[in-house]
Design a protein around this ligand. Structure first.
Ligand code: UD1
Ligand code: UDP
Length: 399
């Protein structure tokens, strides 16, 4: 008997199934995860490993289906992460692709609804703050399928960011809010969502801990790009607020050229969105010879590039954390961050797209590096947990 046949019991179904497994041997609890964008594949990996470990020891059995919306589709934005992180490819790929927010999210809703009606999961799991996240939450909530939101409670308090809208909507219609940090818990309390909230630690920290050694062994990116340890800066940039505003985009690209000229080579794996916007908005811009523009790299290459960099310059949410987890200094080219602990711990400086602020932040980090290496281990554990978030997440969902 499958737990999903127990209609009308809402969030009690998985609990009842585990309980009844003692009476009726194996019961199946069905989980369906929705992913679509690069950082979500990276967050899914530890969860799948935790499910495998659970199935080895528990009397109840967890069945898992991965639904990929197709929001990201290039090999180096999608497949490479399943391969490197040794995950089975998604059972379902909606192939939604790129488009304006409404059209992209609408296509996702339509596709997800159909799959949820077919698969009838006991729980839907969503990650982070992309259009794939909010589409999953909406589709499931309307079908009365319980939703668990991993990385809930993040707030930039800037409603101009599409991600902020996705976060607020997803949190308010989810059934369990899996908060990565104490700050996220507080944000949810303020919005009256404390009862649904569980502090789990950060699942990206799980992925970093499990792969950082592997990346040292497997990635040859440093030799491929002729880079010596601590001799370059790593940069990423893809946020709409930076790529879609020609003034901000121009300021940041010129800053990268300046850093490459005055300090150290800048290695810049470029998101496809940024590539397209530079071609459209800055047709005359040319990179300095020491600004190494690469196609997006795989996760193992990225970990290697971050762990050997002097400084990271980024507007990525995930990268701000990974840089902190690997004890490297970070400059965040945004006007605010959700990951405020990286700033209050002294590991991250917010500069916006202001060239003078970026210059100053880089010079300050260079001075600090001369005094010795930086170490944030204690603050990582206080704020992001111990690298066992996936286990806490699974327990929270099942209990
Ligand atoms: C999305 C998320 C953002 C997240 C980022 C991770 C939303 C609203 N935004 O932004 O929160 O930080 O993913 O990387 O969900 N493109 C390709 N190939 C691909 C994917 C995208 O060429 O495989 C190009 C297309 O021109 C597309 C553009 O990138 O129009 C933007 O892609 P999209 O998924 O809409 O948003 P991201 O900027 O990637
Ligand atoms: N990343 C990667 N290759 C790249 C750039 C980023 O593997 O060329 C990884 C990075 O290490 C992090 C994740 O992608 O784990 C962050 O994704 P992104 O910056 O696209 O999205 P965000 O976290 O801002 O939503």
């Amino acid at each position: 008997m499958k737990s999903r046949n127990w209609k009308g019991l809402g969030t009690l179904r998985p609990k009842l199934c585990i309980f009844t497994s003692c009476l009726f041997k194996i019961q199946i609890v069905k989980l369906l995860s929705i992913v679509g964008a690069r950082p979500q594949f990276i967050k899914l990996a530890p969860l799948l490993q935790a499910i495998d470990r659970y199935n080895l020891h528990a009397s109840a059995s967890l069945e898992h289906v991965t639904l990929h919306t197709g929001q990201h589709y290039d090999n180096n934005m999608s497949d490479i992460f399943f391969e490197e992180l040794e995950m089975p490819h998604a059972e379902v790929n909606l192939g939604v692709g790129s488009g304006p927010h409404g059209k992209q999210t609408g296509k996702m809703l339509e596709g997800i609804e159909e799959i949820l009606q077919r698969e009838k999961p006991d729980w839907l799991i969503i990650f982070g703050d992309t259009n794939s996240t909010v589409a999953g939450a909406l589709a499931a909530a309307k079908l009365h399928i319980p939703v668990a939101h991993i990385e809930a409670g993040l707030r930039s308090f800037n409603r101009k960011m599409p991600e902020e809208i996705n976060r607020v909507v997803s949190d308010h219609i989810s059934d369990i809010l899996l908060a990565p940090t104490p700050t996220a818990v507080k944000n949810l309390e303020v919005e009256g969502l404390a009862k649904k909230t569980v502090l789990t630690g950060d699942i990206m920290y799980d992925t970093v801990l499990r792969n950082v050694e592997l990346s040292r062994k497997k990635s040859d990116v440093l030799s491929r790009e002729s880079l010596a340890d601590q001799s370059y800066y790593i940069a990423t940039m893809h946020r709409a607020e930076n790529t879609d505003d020609p003034t901000r985009l121009g300021a940041i690209m010129n800053c990268f050229n300046e850093m490459a000229d005055r300090h150290h080579p800048v290695v810049f794996p470029m998101h496809p969105r940024t590539k397209h916007r530079i071609e459209q908005l800055l047709p005359d811009w040319t990179p300095h010879k020491n600004l190494k523009i690469l196609a997006p790299v795989g996760y193992l290459d990225m970990l290697q590039l971050v762990s050997s960099a002097r400084i990271a310059l980024t507007d990525s949410g995930g990268l701000q954390k990974e840089v902190f987890f690997m004890n490297r200094p970070c400059v965040t080219m945004r006007d605010e961050t959700e990951w405020v602990e990286t700033v209050s711990s002294g590991g991250n400086v917010i500069t916006g797209a202001d060239p003078e602020a970026i210059r100053q932040a880089v010079s300050n980090w260079e001075e600090k590096l001369k005094e010795g290496e930086v170490d944030f281990t204690q603050q990582i554990h206080e704020n992001f947990g111990k690298g066992d978030a996936a286990e806490h997440i699974l327990n929270a969902i099942l209990n």
